[in-house]
Design a protein around this ligand. Structure first.
Ligand code: ADP
Ligand code: MG
Length: 229
């Protein structure tokens, strides 16, 4: 018997989608999507700008709610209980707290969880994973876009979430740095037996994930559907 059939999914989406009001009408950012996320999976969501990737990732992370359909996290609990220990999110746009230094930003999830012990050491270990421990005492305004994204990723991982959602994590990095970041992220995911969902334009980055899902004008096509076309 396959162990997968016994697994409780981390996330289950049933015809879930998202509309936004624009002017007098609605735009459908994400069309009805049905899928599951299982423990240990790595998934790339690939699509052009405006195709709905960020909107879908926010729903997956429980930061936004679908306008129709349903999303549940059977292995993680209710949406209100998701953060920050169960789901870690790296946003596409800058999201560091400007008045806190880099290490303090990374320590935030641990503070919210009341984690005992030396959380500064933990934050610095997480920064070191992405080669940026030397930035620990800089302010966000002193960072390049690529450095800020790596700090956000360290902050997303520090509480060892079971589901990691990263929105274009290599978007502001050169090819070599982007590849190094993805390798570090995949190593982390394998060690933690976590699930990783990233959005990317970069097909080479996408090919490093076990599954690659396409988004086109809000419509999500799962890899098995592509394979049977
Ligand atoms: P992607 O991440 O693939 O670039 P997004 O999810 O950011 O795509 O956007 C998908 C569509 O939804 C776009 O047309 C965008 O303008 C629209 N959209 C996203 N967020 C909002 C919002 N908060 N309010 C109104 N429209 C939005
Ligand atoms: Mg986006």
């Amino acid at each position: 018997m396959s162990s997968l059939t016994l697994q409780v999914p981390l996330l289950s989406a049933e015809a879930a989608g998202r509309t936004f009001v624009r002017g007098k009408g609605n735009i459908v950012a994400v069309q009805a999507a049905t899928f599951q996320l299982l423990q240990g999976e790595t998934i790339a969501i690939v699509g052009r700008s405006g195709s709905g990737k960020s909107t879908l990732l926010h729903i997956i992370a429980g930061l936004d709610v679908p306008s129709f359909g349903a999303v549940d996290w059977p292995a993680l609990g209710a949406r209100e209980q998701l953060r920050p220990g169960k789901v870690g999110m790296m946003f596409q746009s800058p999201s560091l707290v400007p008045s806190l230094d880099v290490a303090e930003n990374v320590m935030l999830p641990l503070a919210l969880l009341d984690v005992p012990g030396n959380t500064l050491d933990q934050a610095i270990r997480e920064l070191a994973r992405f080669g940026i421990a030397d930035l620990a005492h800089k302010l966000p305004e002193e960072l390049s876009g690529g450095q800020a994204q790596r700090v956000s990723l360290a902050r997303a991982l520090v509480a060892r979430p079971r589901l990691v959602v990263a929105d274009e994590p290599t978007g502001q990095l050169d090819h070599a740095s982007g590849t190094a970041l993805i390798e570090a992220l995949l190593t982390w995911t394998a060690e933690a037996n976590a699930t990783l969902v990233i959005a990317t334009h970069d097909l080479e980055i996408a090919s490093r994930m076990k599954r690659s899902w396409q988004m086109d004008h809000g419509a999500l096509a799962l890899d098995n559907e592509i394979a049977t076309k």
